[in-house]
Design a protein around this ligand. Sequence first.
Ligand SMILES: Cc1cc2nc3c(=O)[nH]c(=O)nc-3n(C[C@H](O)[C@H](O)[C@H](O)COP(=O)(O)OP(=O)(O)OC[C@H]3O[C@@H](n4cnc5c(N)ncnc54)[C@H](O)[C@@H]3O)c2cc1C
Ligand code: FES
Ligand code: FES
Length: 1340
Amino acid sequence: MAGDDLVFSVNGEKFEVLSVNPSTTLLEFLRSNTPFKSVKLSCGEGGCGACIVILSKYDPVLDKVEEYSINSCLTLLCSINECSITTSEGLGNTEKGFHPIHKRFAGFHASQCGFCTPGMCISLYSALSNAHNSKNSHSSPEYLSASAAEKSIAGNLCRCTGYRPIADACKSFAADVDIEDLGLNSFWRKGESREEMLKKLPPYNPDKDLVTFPDFLKEKIKRQHNVLDQTRYHWSTPVSVAELQQILAITNPGGDRGLMKIVVGNTGTGYYKEEKQYGRYIDISHIPEMSMIKKDDRGIEIGAVVTISKVIDALMEESTSAYVFKKIGIHMEKVANHFIRNSGSIGGNLVMAQSKNFPSDITTLLLAADASVNMINAGRHEKLRMGEFLVSPPIINTKTVLLKVHIPIWATSSTTGLLFETYRAAPRPIGSALPYLNAAFLAVVSQDASSRGIMVDKCRLAFGSFGGYHSIRAREVEDFLTDKLLSRSVLYEAVRLLKGIIVPSIDTSYAEYKKSLAVGFLFDFLYPLIESCSWDLERKHVDGHVDPTISLPLLSSAQQVLESKEFHPVGEAVIKFGAELQASGEAVYVDDIPSLPNCLHGAFIYSTKPLARIKSVGFKGNVAPIGVLAVITYKDIPQVGHNIGYISMFGTGLLFADEVTICAGQIIALVVADTQKHANLAAKLAVVEYDLRNIETPVLSVEDAVKRSSLFEVPPEYYPEPVGDISKGMAEADRKIRSVELRLGSQYFFYMETQTALALPDEDNYIVVYSATQSPEYTQSVIATCLGIPDHSVRVITRRLGGGFGGKAIKSMPVATACALAAQKLQRPVRIYVNRKTDMIMAGGRHPMKITYSVGFTSDGKLTALELTLFIDAGIDVDVSPMLPQNIMNSLKKYDWGALSFDIKVCKTNLPSRTSLRAPGEVQGSYIAESIIENVASSLNMDVDVVRRINLHTYESLRKFYKQVAGEPDEYTLPLLWDKLEISADFKRRAESIKQFNLSNVWRKRGISRVPIIHQVMNRPTPGIVSILSDGSVVVEIAGIEMGQGLLTKVQQMVAYGLGLIKAEGSQDLLERIRLIQTDTLSIVQSSYTAGSTTSENCCEAVRLCCGILVERLKPTMNRILENARSVTWDTLIQEANAQSVDLSARTFYKPESSSSEYLNYGVGASEVEVDLVTGRTEIIRSDIIYDCGKSLNPAVDLGQIEGAFVQGIGFFMYEEYTTDENGLINEEGTWDYKIPTIDTIPKQFNVQILNSGHHKNRILSSKASGEPPLLVAASVHCATRSAIKEARKQYLSWNHNNGDRGDGSDPGFELPIPAIMPVVKQLCGLESVEKYLESKTSP
Ligand SMILES: Cc1cc2nc3c(=O)[nH]c(=O)nc-3n(C[C@H](O)[C@H](O)[C@H](O)COP(=O)(O)OP(=O)(O)OC[C@H]3O[C@@H](n4cnc5c(N)ncnc54)[C@H](O)[C@@H]3O)c2cc1C
Ligand code: FES
Ligand code: FES
């Protein structure tokens, strides 16, 4: 019998898909076959939340709808048959009105580039709907707790905002939030009463605002359940184990599954990316025997297809015998993120762990709890205990099916105690990160009658994810501990044994760290029993080491911003232009532009060798993969064109490698195929043959580059000038530290939207390219040069970017150019949306560097001289690297070094080319200064905060170091900021109380640090066009590109201000009537690039000048009307001006005065950090920032910039590990291993104050920049961590000393590497701290 069609609904609209490739994901379908583009592709592996949607399922028997969030990038389309999907535009949109979630996101200024925003809205919606539908608690919609609201976005990444405003928008829906704690928003003003504030929030009514299941689908399901036609869809949906067995037996008689794939949530493909094409998918999630959860007095039985979320719910249900279950449930809440847990099954997890070495948490938990599994193969049932299951031959490709899991109830007698504890050390405390190691321990203990100590009667100690094949039990340690009276020496011996058991495989990174974690966790489990001689179900952890999720405090923030009405509406915290559109997902990014039917897609083949001759480019098996139409290389560049991929002010670079590849990651070819999926797959299957004969050794280090004189020239005007007389400075020093070496690594942009372009060939060799670029004008020139056509034949259009951070200034150009070349050659539209891994490889990122310095200072901490040698690794291309020396020095000069000299070399290496990443060079320069200051303070044994203060510039020394850029004396606000922060952050008192804290805590140490910054920026020439249309509405074109920094909003405000000066009736309220349009290189010429933090103000000035012209042109008409009337409305004025043929369009080109185009920005930040000595985890307890914004053009936008930049800086200093292989290719591939900050890793308390420093005559309406400088302040987090580690080392050395170490007990000093990730911190605190502690406690 023929089966049914695939039917589902999206946002209430019916979709019937008559045939589809079964590997098609929901995301692919939504983005290519529906108008709903709010689902964004950012990682494609379940790790970012940009693609999530609400899935609703209707149960006709119970007449009930179940609703939860899922990711759409891994969910297969066929698995949503008969379901209803809701995307962010389904919650609300321009046509039907925005949802309260959208409105509150906009009003709390919670979206910047907006690429993450629809996903964030769906996460919050899911939490609200859960709260509403929860039957377990007495929840009503108002009872969404603030903590649940905050946690709801734990799985979503945002690279722009720093999360604080998003958390505020979410918490505004919580019942237990103190509304006064919520941050700056556009709903109320400070000082209003709570009632007023509540009234002003866009109302939320669950009866109206929660989506309903479409009636048509309900009726259809009630009539008859759909079973997809197996033949047409290659998709089977068995409804019993017997049927499943039949399918498995028939489809492939061999022992393996052949081209069949069993699926449940399909989330496994997020980790194990599929290349294989399957002939059939078997969706086992509809089999009732495998979906049940049964509890009895022996334990709990869970079907293999039950989702992790449902397992957690079942385990967490109240019951006295559920102690172990509850602990497992709590731990499982940290597995993946909410949307993966909602679709991923427990069985899928176990099979991945058993068969593919997946570092599972769940197997460790089940191993400790002595769980067992049931399997079936060809009708033969088998039951195995978890330990046996894990070591049995892999079942993944066999016909064995995992049916269910059983976890026993652990009972105790009246004389024994049951202890069960689980552990997890991961870069993110509440999930969304695989652990470095996990553990689960079960022990039955009793009291020894004679000694009153604790006896171990039985124990199960499981460890996982440490780089072994699978989770294991430490049986030797278990045997050793069993029947032992616990004591420090017994524990010491157990720890020693354990270290021999936790043996990570040879290629595991941080192997020693992982061992030390295992030791630390066992210590934490047993030591409190030894200390207290008792047990308690709500047992304590060792002093200070706490479960980060249990202790997770709520984020809180305070902002002080001054709004000003002087230039209304400039200076006011106006809502971001298009914010609601971004929240609903209707805002159009390049990849959202609908494809024409004949559109092709491209993917890059890149080099994996640093220097090699390319012999050939082909595919595995010499067969072009499915869908491939062309492979474009340098040979396809027209004869009249050039092999050029980018232009910067310092030179150009290649688009494609020609005969020789000159760095790993270099583009060799573009595969063009019918779909992006096919293009990506083909690029993956590409085979490049290299020939290394007669090729010289590549330059792979800066040292080698210097030795071989492989250097980029820095034009003299870009090379910084030394300051003062270095020999004299050194001679004045009482103390010197000589030849200290520092190394700084790279950072990846992690914009949520990867590089993308769409090229449309037109008549007469003319081409339109939509490019996500920060540099449309340069992109236009590069495309024209490459194709050998005039610039006027290339129209580059850019509306907005999903984040740029400098990564789309230069690196976007080759993408757009390759796209244009392919389109021109094939005479068909071509689009490229680079996948995350390739983007990471090609992006290059921040400049790594090696620094060697010698510093001279007096014995009271005054600096007298600094001498530096800097080798900057620029990679293979010049890009913008010659700018780096100046940028580094400009921020390093924030202290009065006395005299400063340096030798800076910009090295050309055969490594991926580095480019500008938010505050390029400045962040390194500022950090280098701090590192030196720390070293000076350490060597003098002085408080580093005092050393910093002593060496802050006076205005005179500022002039000496910065010359005229220093501005007027009253513009130098840094000392003022320094003092203000001391009071607002309560710095001195907290520093004292930290000393006390450190004395009284063994396993936690804290540090606090205050850091100043100076950041130099420059205004640049820029054009603007303002036109008034006949109905009085206004259209504005600017050169600047909106990428989340609020540029359009500021410009909109400026136009409203500028035109408002005509003072016609209604001209003061023009804001809503102003539209900013996309940048189009054939309309706004000389658009240059958006970078360096000043584009917003430059564009503002350009349009202000336009408005001035228009106002002057309008004045005669106005005066004429006023001769006969007392007033005139804006609309009448414009009508009249039109009638009189007044030119209502003005273009200007703003050229800053060269004498005042450069200026300094100031800020100070203080951070307090706590370090957990058991795991090396750091927690930012509080950060305070004061930043001088001049007169902020829009305080909400500037606040967002400050917070976002600071958090991106935290990523650089603390979390984002960027490692490379021996060829220079980045090892990290995406969200699994590149960990940008998340809501749980930002400061728990975050106070930002914008100093309104008043009138600055040379600045644009007295404003200053905010985009990049605050990133530098994040060094305060790193320095505070260093300070906490110092305390930990002091303690460690004292234990050593107690143990008879003959050293003098003093710390030889240390450098804290960047990023200060957990293994690094733990290593500096002592990998053997537990052993040393126990030794110190046991030694006589
Ligand atoms: C972003 C992300 C983060 C994650 N983080 C964690 C984490 O922190 N800790 C952790 O432990 N796990 C983590 N996981 C793993 C996650 O738990 C699994 O991906 C999920 O449980 C797999 O379930 P599924 O239903 O989607 O399996 P699927 O992807 O559908 O299947 C996985 C594999 O198992 C096979 N299979 C599935 N069920 C059966 C069965 N009953 N019998 C035989 N074969 C079967 C399938 O054929 C397939 O090969 C993470 C996953 C993602 C995507
Ligand atoms: S794109 Fe789906 S989770 Fe990132
Ligand atoms: S606003 Fe979140 S990624 Fe840009």
